[in-house]
Every structure is written in C-alpha cells, then in structure tokens.
Design a protein around this ligand. Sequence first.
Ligand SMILES: Cc1cc2nc3c(=O)[nH]c(=O)nc-3n(C[C@H](O)[C@H](O)[C@H](O)COP(=O)(O)O)c2cc1C
Length: 468
Amino acid sequence: MENCLEYHRATAHTFESVRRPHYLDWSNYPSPYKFYPGVRKFKLLPFSGLTQETLDTLYRLCGEGVTENLSLQELSNLAFAMNGITKVENFHGEEFGFRTTPSAGALYPFELYLFVRDVPEIPDGIYHYQPYDHSLELLSEGNYFESLQTALCSTVDTNVVAVITAIYSRSAWKYRTRAYRYCLLDAGHMAGNGVAYLRSVGLDATAVSLFQDGLLNSLIGVDGREEFALCALLPQRPALYWGEEFKLPEAFPASLPVVKKPVVYPEIEEVHSLGNLESCEFYRSIPASPEYFPETSSLELGKTLLKRRSRREFTGKPITFDQFRFLVESSLLCFPSDWGFPLTNFYLQVKNVEGLSDGIYTVVEGQLALVSPGDYSREMAYLCLGQGFVAFANVNVVFTYSFEDSGCRRYRGAVMEAGALGENLYLSAESMGLGACGIGAFYDFDLQSFLSLKEEELPLYVVSTGSL
Ligand SMILES: Cc1cc2nc3c(=O)[nH]c(=O)nc-3n(C[C@H](O)[C@H](O)[C@H](O)COP(=O)(O)O)c2cc1C
C-alpha cells in the first residue's frame, strides 16, 4: 500500500462488495473491556454538576479558556464524559453497557488512558480508565509528565492529560479492513465529548493528533500495532516542546486479550504505520474561535451526555430554521485541534426545514450555498446502503475529504475531525430535542458521484439528524 487514498479506495463499499458472503464469528466476539487483573484500582466520583448549556458550550469550543488543574470530580467527569456507561441492556443473557460515546456497531474499539499528577486523593501515575466500574486502574505510579511532554512535543502545564487509543481487532471483527476508518471516527467522537466537557467548565481544550507515536505508545504500555494511540486531549493550548528526557515505567501490568483468537489485518497495521511520526518536526495550527455567539436555550451538557443515543426513528416533521442554524453552526464551524482544521468539507441534504428549500447545500466562506434544489431523501437512504430512516432525516450531513495530500497523518486528522464534528451534531441535536445517528455504511463511489465530487475527493462519514 502506497498511501491513504489507496487504503480508502480499497475499503470502499460497492453494490457487489456488500453482497459478498461474510459471516460473523460469534465464538470470537470481542470483549468491549480491557481488563488488567490484579492492578490497584481507584473508584472515581459519580458524574455530576455539568450545568452549562449544551449549545452555548458547542458554539464556544474554540474560545479562550483557562489552564488550571482538574479536581478529582473534574477528572471523574472527564473520564465519564468520554467513555462512561449510560445504558445497560441484556444481550444474549449478559449485561451490555452502551457508552457516552457512540461507536460503529457498538464495538467500542477505543480505550482511555490518563496521566495524572497532583490530584490529592490519588497517587501520581499513568492510569487506564475502566468504564465497567467507572474506576482508574494504576498502570504505573510516578510522575511521567516530563516524558509525556517529550512524546507529545508539547509543554504540559496542567495535572491531567487523556490519551485515546484503538484496539482495531474489536472493530475488524465485523468491519474487517474498513475498520481502521471506524477506529478513527470513533476516536474523533470520543475527543468531541472530552473537549465539550472541558470547555463547559471553562478550561482550555485541544485535541492533539500530532505526537511521536513510538514514544507515546510505549508510555502507556501498548505495542503500536494491535493497539495504538490516536489522540491526546490537553486541557490547554499546546506549546511546542523539544525535549530529550524520556523515562519509561519499568514494567506494565499484563492485560487480558480482548479476542480469544487473534485477528490480524496487515492492511490496517500498514496504513496506520504509514502515518507514524518519529520527531517533532511538524507545524501545529490551532483554529481561531468564531466571534459570533447567539443567544441559545438548550439542555445542560451533563443531561445531554446522559441522554445521547443513536436515533433511528425520525418522524420527518419540519424543524425550524433556528434549529437548523443552531445545529449546523454549533457543530461544524470549529473544533480545537492541531490537525489543521478544517480538513473536511461538508454537504447538507436538507428536507423539511422551515424557510429553506429542500436540496443539497454546502458552505462557502461561511455562507450556505444551494448546490442542487429538490427532495433527495430517497437517494440518500439508498446511498446509505438502503438504511430507511435516513430518508426521514431533516438534515443528512456528508463529510468529505480532498486527498490532494494523501499523507496518512493528515488523513488520520481528517477522519477524526469528521468523528468529532459528528459528535457535536449528536450533542447539539439531542440538546434541542432532535436526534442524530452516525452512518458509516454507504456506497462510497456512488455517493461521490451523486455529490459531483472531484476524483480525489471522497466521502468519509454521514450523520443523519432529524425531528423525533
Ligand atoms: C462511526 C460510526 C458509524 C456508525 N454507523 C452506523 C450505521 O451505518 N447505521 C446505524 O444505524 N448506526 C450507525 N452508528 C451508530 C452505532 O450503531 C451506535 O453508536 C451504537 O450502536 C451505540 O449506540 P448508541 O449510539 O445509541 O449509544 C454508527 C456510529 C458511529 C460512531
């Protein structure tokens, strides 16, 4: 494999590819939890106190915050907002926990690690967040922030840093080679929830996608192949740091395998490694905040996070122009990250929005532009592999990416951006009493030609939103 355009093309769904027989091996169903038997555990505090309004928080994601240490309550809230369990269902006689963050096929390939210092109730150390019982598992005691700065190529001035990884075999169990896309989208969703939480309590927040992979992976005890770091969440703006000092824990505790029989997809390991960085020779650009914040009224962020689900029961009833405007503006206009926002373009297939003609829209220099008038709801549902509820959405957002630079680190950023903005759409919709659902399953090339995209511009993700 030469580059990420090749990977993306090779993992496209076509009419023929989705009809080839593929059986799910239920005897090898992946565990959604990573267990470290015998490690010291610290129970976190229950999720509470997030009273900031959701829409206002989303509009201000790129705004200025403060850089301050997090309390144990804030650390607990951050972990829960990113990966807590918000619904338990019985699944073949076993309890199954659905999370704050959505995930393709509910396979939850992501894991969350936390670097902590100066939180009085718990020792300094490197921790793994265990969603199963909302606790922190101590992987190595000590202050590793000097090494973390070297790995992240950034100064760290606060006491908590979160790192999101993916164990790709969970997602590949169902989605095979296409799973790398879902690992990135899911990680973007998780970063979206973390950023929203930090901004809601007035802290600065940046999703950091540029770091030295080998160093960061070794610092959390993962091999960079089966499990790899995708994004770090800093409660501050990153300032470039060229450090030499790097100290590793002597040993990491062993974890249980997440699948009984190993699943290896060389294409995924290769495409990921093509994007790896081994130095701090890169340029970080953090987007500036939009200056316009309208008066909004929506659910508190804490309640939105607890209530968020993937909604597939849209009624098709009209939404108001203000609902449409708040949805689009609060979700899509900015995300505090270092990957070079905006990397994605988006197209909106609109139906039944008061004061707006049905049709396909895009945004040109901050203005909505009608590309093609008409009702395209049935075409969109067909393009999303015939998922019928898509036809009842008021707004289907298609995220696309121009592969002019087919470098794999930029691709990682673009797909995570689509996931992060997708999470904004979920939170924004849910906070206004509307619903959203991520759609990773679509006919890539048919959607590309439906939108009349150039040859090197391809869809990454679709998110459906609508009235309930
Ligand atoms: C990247 C991604 C792709 C998804 N693709 C689809 C899809 O094609 N069709 C669908 O009905 N749901 C899709 N979902 C929704 C997941 O099925 C859902 O998040 C998961 O079952 C967990 O449920 P919850 O979101 O209600 O917590 C997707 C979610 C994500 C994050």
